[in-house]
Design a protein around this ligand. Structure first.
Ligand SMILES: [Zn+2]
Length: 689
């Protein structure tokens, strides 16, 4: 009988473990080795038996035992299999046991060695690739890590740093956690970091780390951090649950940010100076990961079906925090943008129920935020906030599902939420009418919709409205007016362009730079040149490219003006400048070779993938592929970040279509790593000998 066989499938037995044992503590000393890209560890696991059993496991992917492992109090066998460590003995209900063992692993995910940095990424269920732990989120464990790193490096991990001990060129960093958490939230990073420390209103230590070479950008990168913390702690109404809060930007990160408990990691692309802050700052991600410290880390979903309890809440509370900093208009604009994305999905028939474990991020994050926004509108701030407080207190350090959340809402309001549940949690479509009704409650959104509705009208009929819109103190209304101007014959709209340039609104001026497509009329050349000095790297990059293209006689002057500009972490301005300089005949002709060399250098693994991706695109456009850049490209085809890896693979496909370059690939393959060779084999390029 088929179903009987099914019962013996091992994963069914595994999933029961939380009823048999409670893993209480994992203390581990780990030593990552940069040169071998390996990790060695010594673990003490303490567990309480809930039902008599012969065996208990930890998830441990591709780990090898390192030394004879002995238990502290009874004869317990330790056995390694391909994805688990089994602890075997006659375990009695109600008894607590402790076991030690040592292991080594060479993880192909979850632990990343990037340049001078090492960092971990536990979510999905990946911590078990470098630390024996539990993939199941439903058993929360107190983790106490000791991390061995070369002397002089800085280590950041969950919990409080209680001491550091130097020995034989290594420093042991001892961290202590007081509360349990799911294993995917364990993390550490090693790097050359400097840091500052401040305290929240409630006295929590807030530590901001940064690569030593980026120390000058510390303030702009972390701007508003303390404000966000104080706001969210007050807004959520439950004290921040962990001992401290640290944040670290790491290179080549897989996501925008990751909410490791008390220890958020985020992408180094958010390390910005004061100009970059205006274009691309960390505020939203900062608030989002911080909100997860309650929603996700303190109360954790029982399974992926309830993922919105993490992402919807983090997105919503981040929006509330941004509203506190940037005002109501900003808040409604962000909701409007997200409504547009959700509506587009829904109109294609691809709307998703919030309780679909396989739903997209758009659903979990943005539909989730919309659901909470409307729920709070429906039941009122007081009830909403009381329900949230009660929900967090009741389930703290435990796991939750959507039914339990709804029960807390129902306990705090007499308003019927069953229709809301149907509309926002269960069915798949995005309820656009409800969303629109909520948006027009904002006077700003109302004026925006009025201006946007003028788009099809004749210019003469809307001139006066656009003119007012351009000087609106609100960024979004002015931008919409500029986009409408760009579709009209230039001679008619020139006076309005002058108003837009004079608005001194950075984003209205940026809209001019971005919307001028096929030419720049002579009448606004001077104004357009002024954009090169706007404090926005997006504006500067766009303006430089367009001025260079449409006023060839002034190329040298534009290049002189922007010679020392770098731009974001990805050096967007510097790389564009090099490309333009190389293509400007007679401009510093003697230096062209060194410009080419610099641009090609940016393709190398010394740099972040964001920077390299731009370099590869330019190298391709300028046909600069050679042995050096193709070697860098081969390296990128096996990079851990899939988007970058895919972009590199596309370039390689194009290169392999050209006979002359094919020969260079053969030459580059001589120095390729086994992983690169295996990719070349997979696409049928290299034949195995
Ligand atoms: Zn999140």
């Amino acid at each position: 009988m088929k179903y009987l066989l099914f019962l013996f499938f091992p994963f069914l037995a595994y999933s029961q473990q939380t009823q048999v044992v409670d893993i209480i503590r994992i203390s581990a000393e780990v030593r990552p080795s940069l040169s071998e890209k390996q990790i060695h560890g010594r673990v003490t696991v303490t567990f309480l038996i809930l039902k008599d059993t012969q065996e208990v496991y930890l998830d441990a992917v591709a780990m090898e035992p390192e030394a004879a492992s002995k238990s502290a109090n009874t004869a317990i066998m330790v056995r390694f299999t391909k994805d688990k460590v089994w602890l075997e003995g006659a375990f009695k209900k109600g008894t607590t046991y402790s076991v030690n063992f040592e292991y080594a692993a060479t993880p192909n995910k979850a632990l990343y060695f990037v340049g001078e940095q090492i960092w971990t990424q536990g979510q999905g269920k990946n911590t078990s690739h470098w630390l024996p732990s539990l993939d199941d989120m439903n058993d929360k464990i107190e983790f106490d890590l000791t991390i061995l790193a070369p002397k002089g490096k800085t280590v950041v991990s969950n919990g409080s740093l209680i001491k550091k001990i130097d020995s034989q060129g290594l420093t042991s960093w001892f961290f202590d956690m007081k509360q349990p958490m799911s294993s995917y939230l364990v993390a550490f990073t090693i790097g050359n970091y400097s840091s500052t420390k401040m305290f929240s209103k409630s006295g929590i230590s807030l530590e901001h780390y940064i690569d030593v070479q980026d120390t000058l950008h510390l303030e702009s990168t972390y701007r508003y951090s303390k404000k966000l913390f104080d706001f969210l702690e007050a807004e959520i109404g439950v004290a921040y649950p962990w001992q401290n809060y640290k944040q670290v930007p790491v290179r080549d990160f897989l996501y925008a940010g990751m909410e490791n408990t008390g220890c958020t990691f985020f992408s180094k692309a958010f390390v910005v100076d004061s100009i970059g802050f205006k274009d691309r700052n960390y505020v939203k991600v900062n608030a989002h990961e911080l909100a997860h410290q309650w929603f996700g880390n303190l109360v954790t979903e029982t399974s992926g079906t309830h993922h919105w309890l993490h992402e919807g809440f983090a997105t919503y509370y981040a929006l509330l925090a941004e509203r506190e900093l940037f005002g109501d208009d900003y808040y409604y604009w962000k909701l409007f943008e997200s409504a547009n994305r959700l509506m587009a999905l829904s109109e294609q028939g691809k709307g998703q129920s919030m309780l679909d474990a396989k739903a997209s991020s758009l659903t979990f994050y943005e539909k989730g935020a919309w659901a909470l926004h409307l729920l709070r509108e429906a039941i009122g701030e007081a009830s909403f906030s009381a329900a949230i407080k009660s929900y967090l207190n009741k389930y703290q350090f435990k796991n939750v599902n959507t039914t339990q959340f709804i029960a807390e809402i129902k306990a705090h309001t007499s308003i019927d939420v069953s229709q809301w549940q149907k509309d926002w949690l269960q069915q798949a479509d995005f309820k656009a009418t409800q969303a629109y009704r909520s948006l027009v409650a904002s006077a700003f959104m109302k004026s925006y919709f009025e201006i946007a509705s003028l788009a099809p009208e004749a210019f003469i009929d809307k001139k006066i409205f656009l003119e007012t819109a351009l000087t609106s103190p609100n960024d979004y209304i002015g931008q919409e007016a500029v986009y409408q101007l760009s579709r009209e014959p230039f001679a008619d709209v020139l006076p309005l362009y002058k108003i837009a340039f004079n608005s001194e609104n950075l984003f209205v001026r940026q809209a001019i730079a971005l919307s001028q497509e096929d030419s720049i009329p002579k009448a606004i050349q001077l104004d357009f040149e002024g954009l090169l000095e706007d404090p926005s790297y997006v504006t500067q990059e766009t303006a430089l490219l367009k001025l260079w293209r449409y006023f060839p006689e002034n190329r040298a002057r534009y290049l002189d003006l922007t010679k020392t500009s770098i731009g974001f972490q990805d050096r967007n301005l510097r790389q564009l400048w090099l490309v333009l300089a190389i293509n400007t005949k007679g401009y510093e002709q003697d230096s062209h070779a060194s410009f080419v060399k610099e641009l090609k250098g940016y393709a190398s693994a010394t740099y972040s993938f964001e920077l390299r991706e731009i370099a590869f695109d330019y190298i391709d456009t300028l046909s600069l592929w050679d042995l050096e850049t193709i070697e860098s490209l081969l390296q990128a085809t096996t990079h851990h970040y899939w988007r970058f890896r895919d972009a590199a693979r596309k370039h390689l496909d194009t290169i392999l279509k050209q006979e002359s370059l094919k020969r260079v690939v053969v030459e580059a393959a001589n120095n390729a790593t086994p992983a690169e060779i295996s990719y070349l084999e997979r696409i049928g390029f290299v034949i195995k000998h």
